[in-house]
Design a protein around this ligand. Structure first.
Ligand code: DUC
Ligand code: ZN
Ligand code: ZN
Ligand code: ZN
Length: 483
């Protein structure tokens, strides 16, 4: 059985051409003119692009006393509805939990996925056990390691742990990732704001100014340099962080920045909305910023100093958000975006002339596939690649509304926004999962994707050659303090 996508304009991160795509056994087997297949999908007037890869989601994540509301069922349905055909979630060990045990927990959750998926491994605490298991995590196809510099008393690691983990990640060929906000400063600002009676959602924004992100990004980049490890900075939301990434890249360091679609398109004024629910639904970390920061992020995507647009999809219902009535520090942090990332980026990026269709493909799919060790298996249209494809209709439009979304929550932070540019078809390994907004989901169709180690090192102009020479990291170099 073969499927042919006919009469579309094929767009990869570097090429655009007219042609048909033939699919068999879940893979692209031929690209050419006038191809024939058992099933034919009409792509007239459409772009045929690699399906989106969102490398930053939190599905069914235990967090802030609850669980994020979208699981691998509703979350991956939302992904497909918006043209995204793969997500990378985070396996998150609880303090004291072994990484391999956390990994098994995430494998158990993801059996319901409708599209392909992988995980990053979070390093939330440090010990000889964690040190010893990281190579086994890599052997299981998980080659990127996330560190939180915020969420003091929960997920946060200190600099000693960060440096030890970064050195170990470099040694095993992985990519280090960082949530860059200074958790100590955030905790103190939270305490001060609450003591002064600033208990509402706007306190969340005041407690996490761009400076806490800029400081932590600079620190993580310098520590990554000393460890010799490539660094991926998640949810880059402001000029201070972007500036540090830009400078590092100019110096030849392997550092990548990831703006979210929310930070590109939504404004901090949302936190001052008179309706508590409205503001609390938009509480996420880092918070939305003002226009000046949004412009910086767009400029970074255009110039190439920022590499990937993600969502940090971490959805909570209004009821869950209300845990924080009277205390903004208890509002579960997170917003949705999986279904809206590609249409919003097309509408505000490509349709406005800020990004070319090729750049759109790069930042929604190809760059993530390359950085996280899946290219060209994922992230492109090429013979031999998985047939994860979106047939994108640039004329198709809709108004975003929670009433018709796949996500399990009762609102949408983009409610009422018009988008022009939507999938006509979304295919996961050759199977049509979405046709004109109608979902033909298949729970359990999604497969785990084992990823290759990136292998990049961060040696370019480093002044720390002695530290980054390829030598084993001594186990005795691990902080004795453990958790
Ligand atoms: N930020 C959020 O808003 N939610 C999940 C975790 C994070 O870093
Ligand atoms: Zn984060
Ligand atoms: Zn996140
Ligand atoms: Zn389902």
């Amino acid at each position: 059985m073969s499927t042919v996508i006919r009469n579309g304009t094929i767009v990869t991160h570097d090429l655009t051409w007219e042609g048909d795509v033939r699919i068999e056994g879940g893979r692209i087997v031929e690209i050419g003119d006038g191809l024939k297949g058992d099933t034919e999908l009409d792509a007239t007037g459409c772009y045929v692009m690699p399906g989106g890869i969102d490398p930053h989601t939190h599905l069914e994540m235990p967090f802030m006393g609850t669980y994020s509301a979208d699981d691998f069922d509703s979350g991956t349905r939302a992904a497909l509805a918006g043209g995204t055909t793969m997500v990378i979630d985070f396996a998150l060990p609880a303090p004291g939990q072994a990484p391999l045990d956390a990994l098994q927990m995430w494998h158990n959750k993801s059996t319901r996925a409708h599209c392909d998926y992988s995980y990053h491994m979070a390093v939330t605490w440090w010990s000889e056990q964690v040190f010893d298991q990281l190579p086994q995590v890599v052997a299981r196809g998980i080659t990127s390691f996330k560190h939180f510099l915020a969420y003091k008393g929960a997920l946060m690691v200190n600099d000693e742990e960060l440096f030890a983990s970064f050195r170990r990640v470099r040694e095993i060929g992985g990519v280090a990732m960082v949530h860059a906000e200074n958790g100590d400063v955030v905790a103190e600002l939270q305490r001060k704001l609450m003591a002064e009676g600033n208990t509402g959602p706007e306190g969340h924004a005041y407690s996490r100014p761009p400076q806490v992100e800029g400081e932590a990004t600079n620190r993580a980049i310098m520590i990554a340099d000393m460890a010799g490890v490539p660094l991926y900075v998640v949810h880059t939301s402001c000029e201070e962080s972007h500036e540090a990434i830009r400078r590092a890249r100019q110096q030849g360091k392997r550092v990548w920045g990831e703006p979210l679609i929310q930070h590109l398109t939504l404004d901090e004024a949302e936190y001052f909305h008179p309706d508590w629910d409205h503001a609390a639904r938009r509480v996420m970390s880092p918070p939305f910023r003002d226009r000046q920061h949004q412009d910086s992020l767009w400029a970074g995507l255009q110039a190439g100093s920022l590499s990937v647009v993600a969502t940090d999809h971490c959805a909570f219902t209004t009821e869950q958000k209300r845990y924080g009535v009277g205390d903004f520090t208890r509002i579960p942090n997170g917003t949705g975006g999986l279904e809206d990332r590609m249409p919003m980026l097309w509408t505000h990026g490509v349709a406005t002339g800020r990004l070319t269709p090729n750049e759109f493909v790069a930042v929604t799919s190809t760059n993530a596939a390359k950085i996280f060790g899946m290219y060209p298996h994922k992230g492109t249209i090429a013979v031999g690649a998985d047939a994860d494809i979106v047939v994108w209709d640039p004329q198709k439009s809709k108004t975003i509304t929670a009433a018709s979304q796949q996500s399990a929550i009762d609102y949408n932070v983009f409610e009422g926004k018009e988008v022009k540019g939507l999938p006509r078809f979304t295919l996961s390994r050759g199977r049509v999962m979405v046709h004109d907004g109608e979902l033909r989901g298949a729970e359990g169709h999604g497969q785990f994707v084992a990823r290759k180690a990136n292998g990049a090192v961060n040696t370019a102009l480093s002044t720390w050659k002695d530290l980054i020479a390829p030598q084993p990291v001594p186990r005795s170099g691990i902080p004795a303090s453990g958790v």
